[in-house]
Design a protein around this ligand. Structure first.
Ligand code: H2U
Ligand code: ZN
Length: 347
């Protein structure tokens, strides 16, 4: 008899329409893979050579203010620029290109160079959320902007250029692929049921409990049924809101709190600063109403079985379909079992 805990199967990602292959029996396979070492994360409170520390000079010669909380500036090497001319090319439908314009911003989460997100006090994370909301409002005041992606790359193996706690915002004049797929899927569900896809999904997860990691009054953190990365998680707001500016003060505190606890659990998993790419998915802007959209945040961490062994997205994953060994239920149970207090903050 087929058993999802034992037998290979594919799982459907309701947010993207993609499928993922789950191979639970493969966790018994002997491991002779590559072993990497991560550098220790002991850093000074202030680094004179850091482009994010207060008062320091950046690559373009400008000087950071001596800021007290979080701090935002336009990326000095922006991938998207607001003054890129409109246009494109199409050669026989075979060589197609389109101009892409936008805005790239960098946000320091704290003046303290030694911290990482889980070690920033919850009040500090709340201020980061407030700044994200302010940025969302000001960036969307440009009618050419259609999507705003707030994200963080954490850790050297994620290509993060600087350990100072920080994130980025990229805003574009079109919908990037992931946002496009999630818009299509949420819209389809909303048009059929007049309810939020993620709202219904979250209720089901809360009832089953197997994949829940954390819950507070306003947010839930869970391992999605269709998770690709070993310890992938998602934070979903309980209230059906389209973007971060709609969150009340109390909800922002709850968001900050669950973010701190989830990332602390991540660090507690292998007793290291746990690398990931994380980002908030929100409704498109300057594109009419999007009642189907439900705010959520994805965490995509690459580590698999220790501080040094990461999951490789190669072979079958690259050429055919993403695949995972440990089940999302197993990962959720593991994350649930860990303390929500960071090992460096334990008394
Ligand atoms: P990471 O989140 O991947 O570390 O990137 C940080 C960004 O900071 C990166 O996109 C920008 C880089 O372009 N940056 C500046 O804007 N000014 C600087 O002085 C150095 C780096
Ligand atoms: Zn710094």
């Amino acid at each position: 008899m087929f058993d999802v805990k034992e037998h290979s199967h594919t799982r459907y990602n309701i947010l993207t329409g993609d499928w993922i292959l789950v191979s639970p029996h493969r966790t018994k396979r002997p491991w002779q893979g590559k072993v990497e070492t991560l550098p220790a994360d002991d850093r000074p409170v202030y680094d004179p050579n850091c482009y994010l520390c207060p008062g320091n000079k950046r690559a373009d010669g400008s000087q950071n203010p001596v800021y007290a909380d979080s701090f935002v500036f336009t990326n000095d090497f922006s991938s998207l620029l607001i003054d890129t001319p409109e246009g494109g090319m199409d050669v026989a439908g075979l060589l197609k290109a389109k101009s892409a314009k936008g805005i790239c911003r960098v946000i320091s989460f704290s003046p303290d160079h030694s911290l990482t997100l889980p070690l920033v006090p919850v009040e500090g994370i709340k201020k980061v959320i407030d700044l994200w909301a302010e940025e969302f409002t000001s960036i969307s005041s440009d009618p050419s902007i259609k999507s705003i992606q707030i994200f963080e790359n954490k850790g050297e193996i994620m290509g993060c250029s600087n350990p100072h706690p920080h994130g980025q915002i990229w805003a574009q004049d079109s919908l990037p692929l992931e946002l496009y797929k999630e818009t299509v899927q949420q819209k389809k569900y909303f048009e059929e049921k007049s309810r939020s896809l993620l709202g219904d999904y979250m209720q089901l997860e809360l009832k089953q409990g197997d994949r829940i990691v954390l819950e507070n009054e306003h947010f839930v953190a869970l391992v999605p049924f269709w998770a690709v990365w070993p310890y992938e998680t998602m934070i979903v707001s309980k209230r059906h809101v389209q973007n971060i500016t709609q969150l009340s003060d109390e909800e922002r505190f709850a968001f900050a709190s669950i973010m701190k606890k989830l990332t602390a659990k991540y660090d507690n998993l292998f007793n290291i600063s746990f690398p990931y790419s994380a980002g908030i998915h929100q409704a498109p802007v300057n594109d009419g109403d999007h009642p189907e959209w439900h705010l959520h945040m994805h965490f995509y961490p690459p580590l698999l079985r220790s501080a040094t062994v990461k999951k490789f997205m190669v072979g079958y994953e690259m050429l055919a379909n993403p695949q995972r060994d440990i089940t999302p239920e197993w990962a959720a149970e593991k994350l649930r079992s860990l303390s929500e207090v960071h090992y460096k903050e334990m008394k």
